[in-house]
Write a protein that binds this ligand. Structure first.
Ligand SMILES: [Zn+2]
Length: 74
């Protein structure tokens, strides 16, 4: 009997721009208040305090002093 094995090609999906792994997002929290972060463009944004952590070369920069403080629009 001849059986042809179909090998599924495991090609990584190429994504332009965002390269943050979903699992990474689940463990990344705001360095200031430890709230979860969401991706907005090329930055991670804390929904709680509004800080934006820039993503450089696919790696989020989580240093508090690098985070852009939210502009007070009151
Ligand atoms: Zn925060």
């Amino acid at each position: 009997m001849k059986r042809r094995q179909r090998e599924g090609e495991l090609r990584p999906r190429r994504k332009t721009g965002m390269m943050i792994h979903p699992d990474l997002l689940t463990i990344l929290v705001c360095a200031d208040d430890h709230h979860p972060l969401t991706v907005e463009g090329d930055a991670l944004v804390c929904a709680y305090c509004g800080r934006r952590y820039p993503i450089v070369d696919g790696i989020p920069v989580m240093l508090p002093h690098n985070a852009e403080a939210p502009t007070a629009n009151s």
